[in-house]
Design a protein around this ligand. Structure first.
Ligand SMILES: C[S@@+](CC[C@H](N)C(=O)[O-])C[C@H]1O[C@@H](n2cnc3c(N)ncnc32)[C@H](O)[C@@H]1O
Length: 259
């Protein structure tokens, strides 16, 4: 035993268990084999910080969403790709509204949960691998903080190029981000400083997720200010046309494909 996790489908396992807890159907974690336990996503940062967040919110219906989620889905139009669909909460509402939507995710388990919850069109992969499938979109949604998938200065140009390759003329991207720089907590301000001294963006988090015995590999997840995001988009095929920060520190960034 090393204490190191087994690399596996953390999101898939935790969403499957969260669904089992919510529905009472299927095996789920029990205290003493009897009482249901809440399913907790463990997020480890590379400075040793560990946070836990209940996974149940990935299953939330629209009544429990934050206002910015509603504003984001209200702007979806045309053929829509829900990037990192998770348990499919966003895709389900769009489907209900008659918006043609596809959920994309790297987690086979997350896709299985989305399918069980009724999402009809699902793709396993990344925006890069999906280009070859030939499907093209008018709207890309990156919700649930999935602006993080831009990762940082290295990944952003390739990510934007893949989205441009998947885009129809006039397409839009709506991404939910968090501006991390309002904090005075020295744990976080020190982390931001260390990142910058290494040439990274301050909020370029290096994380791994854990659930039960499983863990992911370490990966970058971007938490940045709207200004930093504007810099990342500059020079790409996309234009940042709107930043809605009514629920600051959270914001919705809207990008449009340049003519
Ligand atoms: C924070 S959750 C957000 C889920 C969902 N968008 C929501 O708002 O409930 C992130 C999701 O993105 C997926 N994911 C992570 N990296 C990805 C990638 N490179 N491409 C597609 N999906 C990815 C994860 O498996 C997970 O389901």
């Amino acid at each position: 035993m090393t204490g190191e996790p087994l690399i596996g489908d953390v999101f898939g396992e935790l969403l499957r268990d969260a669904l089992a807890v919510a529905t009472g159907v299927g095996p789920r974690p029990m205290a003493g084999g009897r009482l249901p336990r809440p399913v907790i996503e463990i997020i480890e940062r590379d400075d040793g910080l560990i946070n836990g967040a209940p996974a149940a919110h990935y299953l939330d219906g629209p009544a429990d969403w934050q206002p910015y989620d509603h504003r984001a889905v209200d702007r979806a139009r045309g053929e829509t790709l829900d990037v990192g669909t998770g348990a499919g909460r966003i895709a389900l509402l769009l489907q209900e509204r008659g918006v043609p939507v596809t959920g994309l995710d790297t987690s086979a388990g997350a896709l299985a949960v989305s399918r069980r919850r009724g999402v009809r069109r699902l793709v396993h992969g990344t925006v890069d691998t999906h280009v070859a499938d030939g499907q093209r979109y008018d709207t890309f949604l990156l919700l649930g903080n999935n602006l993080g998938l831009f990762e940082g200065r290295q990944r952003a140009p390739g990510f934007l190029a893949a989205l441009a390759a998947l885009a129809r003329p006039g397409a839009q991207i709506i991404a939910h981000g968090t501006n991390p720089y309002g904090t005075r907590d020295p744990l976080h301000t020190g982390y931001h400083e260390r990142n910058r001294s290494r040439g990274r963006l301050g909020g370029q988090l290096r994380l791994r997720l854990r659930y039960r015995e499983l863990g992911t590999e370490w990966f970058d997840y971007l938490v940045c200010s709207p200004d930093e995001f504007a810099d990342l988009v500059h020079g790409s095929a996309w234009r940042l046309t709107d930043v809605d920060d009514r629920d600051a520190p959270y914001y919705l960034a809207t990008l449009r494909l340049a003519e």
